[in-house]
Each structure stands twice: as C-alpha cells, then as structure tokens.
Design a protein around this ligand. Structure first.
Ligand code: ZN
Length: 154
C-alpha cells in the first residue's frame, strides 16, 4: 500500500478505482454516487470485499444521511451476494480507523467484509496467494458481478 500518497485525493487508490471507467479491471462490483463495493486486491480470504463511500472522506462521522442509508444497504447486499455465491459459514466485518489501528489507507473510509469458512483458520500462505491471485480474483469477481447484475441494489 506504499504507493498511496497520503492527503492527496489523486493518489487515493479507492478514488482512482471508483472514478475509473473499467469496472472489471478495478474489481468494482457496484457503485452509485453514495457508495461503492469492490473486491480487495489483497484479500485475506476469497471474496474479501471493501465497501467505501464514493466521496473521499476519512470516517463515518462525515456521512450525510443518504450515505448512511446507502452504505448499510451496500453491506446488506454484499452479505447476500457472498452468501449466495460463495456459501461462507460466517463473516468478519470491520474497520481500521487510524494507523495505530492498522489502517493502510487512512484518508478514505472503508469497511472490510471477509467471508469465513469452517476450517479456514490457516489462511493461504502468502506466496501461494500471490501465485494464484490474478485468476482467483477475476473468477471471484465474475461470480459476484453476475449476482449484482441479476439482483440490483434497491
Ligand atoms: Zn479517496
């Protein structure tokens, strides 16, 4: 994540992905003026999603009411998409606010949604993950994207 230039929206990888035209290349599953759902390019587990406000804001304190509603709808929809498509046994859902809490990108708020399966406590070794990542990610992307196409966020 060291390519992120802090304090500069132009260098924010979330803003870049949200504003880019090519949704598949940027792993965008859904976006509207309030919120975006995308696959994390560095997944902790298969189907690891990020949900972020479309605006470059550092925390939920700055959400307008519309963004609160859209953000929660996006979470609800993401859980349904993951349950339906990948059949996880559970989820970790969380936010790292601030460097001390482990945030890789502090200036643009995002929620992690990590599907969990029974027996997955030993995550794929880092090297194996790097090797399988591209195909792994694009397959997961297509699976989830087709769910989002067939089931629009309302
Ligand atoms: Zn941003």
């Amino acid at each position: 994540m060291n390519y992120i230039r802090m304090g500069n929206h132009d260098g924010c990888f979330l803003c870049e992905k949200i504003k880019a035209g090519d949704e598949e290349k940027n792993l965008i599953l859904f976006k509207n003026p309030s919120v975006a759902i995308l696959l994390n390019i560095f997944p902790y587990n298969n189907g690891h999603l990020l949900i972020a406000p479309s605006r470059h804001i550092p925390g939920p304190e700055e959400f307008c009411p519309e963004e609160v509603l859209e953000f929660w709808k996006a979470l609800d929809h993401s859980l349904k998409a993951l349950r339906e498509s990948l059949k996880p046994d559970g989820f970790n859902i969380g936010v790292n606010l601030g460097k001390v809490a482990g945030a890789g990108l502090e200036s643009h708020f995002h929620l992690h949604v990590v599907p969990r399966w029974n027996g997955d406590t030993n995550f794929m070794p880092v090297l194996a993950e790097v090797k399988v990542l591209p195909q792994h990610l694009s397959e997961t992307y297509r699976t989830l994207k087709s769910y989002f196409k067939e089931n629009p966020v309302r």
